[in-house]
Design a binder for this molecule. Sequence first.
Ligand code: F0G
Length: 454
Amino acid sequence: MKTIIEPFRIKSVEPIRTTTRKERRELLKKSGYNLFALKSQDVLIDLLTDSGTAAMSAGQWAAMMRGDESYAGSPSFEHFEQAVRDLFGFRHIIPTHQGRAAEAILFSILGGKGKRVPNNTHFDTTRGNIEASGAEAVDLLCAEGLNPADLSPFKGNMDIGKLESFMAANAGCVPCVMMTITNNAGGGQPVSLANIKAVAEIAHRYNKPFIIDGCRFAENAWFIKCREDGQGGRSIPEIVRDMFACADGMTMSAKKDALVNIGGWLALNDDKLAAQARMRLIMTEGFPSYGGLAGRDLEAIAQGLSEVVEEDYLRYRVRTNEYIVERLDKLGIPVVKPAGGHAVFIDARAWLPHIPPLQYPGQAVAVALYEVGGIRTCEIGTVMFGRQPDGTEKPAQLDLVRLAMPRRVYTQAHADYIVEVCEEISKTSNELRGFSIVEEPPALRHFTARFAPL
Ligand code: F0G
C-alpha cells in the first residue's frame, strides 16, 4: 500500500481547545509576543518541542506499574540497564533525570578552563555545560549543513578536514570529541555511519574519548538504513550497535528517542571516568541505580527503547515530516531540505525577505502561526543566538522556525491542518511585520524576552 499510516490505534485521548483568532491576538499581546509565555491550554497544536512530549504506549504504562521503588537494588534498574546495554553496548550506564544532567556530570569532570570540545553542532545545553566549566564548545559542521536548500543526505556530518586540522592544532587541550545525532540545532539532519567511524578514528588516533549525544539515535539509524550504501538490508538495532560500537560513551535525553516524558543517562566504558561520574551523580542526582528517576520511569524507558527501533514506527515518524516539507515546498514556502527526523524547519529569512534579521523574521513567522492557526512553534535564529557575550547583537547564521513533532501524538489530519495554516499565511506573507525586543534577560533571552510588533 502507498499510504503510510500511524502504526497505532488510540486508546486514551486528550482534548485540545480551539480559540478564536481574536482571542489569540489578545493572548499574544498579553504574553509579549513570546510563545513560551502562553498557557498550553491556549494552544491547539503544540510543536514547541519533541522533548518529553511523546505519547506512551499501553506497554509502557503497564511497565510503569511494575516499577520497583526500592532505593537500592531495584529490578527496574536492571531492566533499564539491560535495555540500554543491549542497544548501545557500554560498560557503565548511569541514569540521570534528563540529558542536560548527564552533560553537566560529564563536563564537571572533563571540562575546565583552557579546554576545547569539538562537535558537529553542540546543542545549547551541551554548549552551556561546557562553557559553565570554563571550556570552549567548537562546532565543526560540514558546509552542506549550513545551506537549507542543499539536498545532501547527511547534512549533520562533521567536517572531517576541519576536525583533522582542529585536532592537529589543539590536541593538547581537547578532553573528548563529541558528535550530536541527529543534529538538532542544524535542522534535525542525520550523520552517516561512515562519518561517525571517521570521527571516532581521528579521536582515537589522538587518544581522546569519543562521546555521542544520542538523543535521536533511532531517527538517525533510520536515515542510515534508507540513505547509506550497503545499509538497507540491516535491522535498526544492528545499525544502532554499529553507530555506538566505536564510541567511548554517550549522553542521552530519554525524552526524545526513548519515548518517555522524563529521563536520561550517561554511558561510559572507562572505569575511572565512570567512578568519578557516579560520585558526582550521588551528590547531584541520586543513587547510581535511579539517578533522579523513579523506578517506574526506568521501566518506561526500557520498554520505550524496544518500541522506538520498530521500523513501522520510524517509517511513519520520518514520513510525517517529509509529507509536510513536500507540501510546503510545493506552496513555495522555503523549508530546510531534506526533511529532518524530528521537526520541519521553515526558513523564515528566505520566506520574509522584507524583514531584516535584526527585526526577527523567525519570530514573525512563529507569531503568525499562532495567530492564524493556534500552532505553537519555536524561533531558532537571531532571537535565540543574536545577542553576543560583549552585549552587541548580530544576525544568527540562519533564521529558522522549528515545527517539532511530538512522538505518536498528532495524526495526518493535524499535519494537513499545519500545511493549511502555512498556506493561509503565505497569501499575505509580504504584509507580515518584524518585531523589536522591549525587555530581555542577560542570557537565554528567547525564553522570557518581550516583543513589540514594528
Ligand atoms: N542534546 C540535544 C541534541 C537535545 O536536543 C537536547 C534537548 C538535549 C541534549 C538536552 O536534553 O532536555 O533532556 O536535558 N532538546 C530539547 C529540544 C529541549 O527542544 O530540542 P534534556
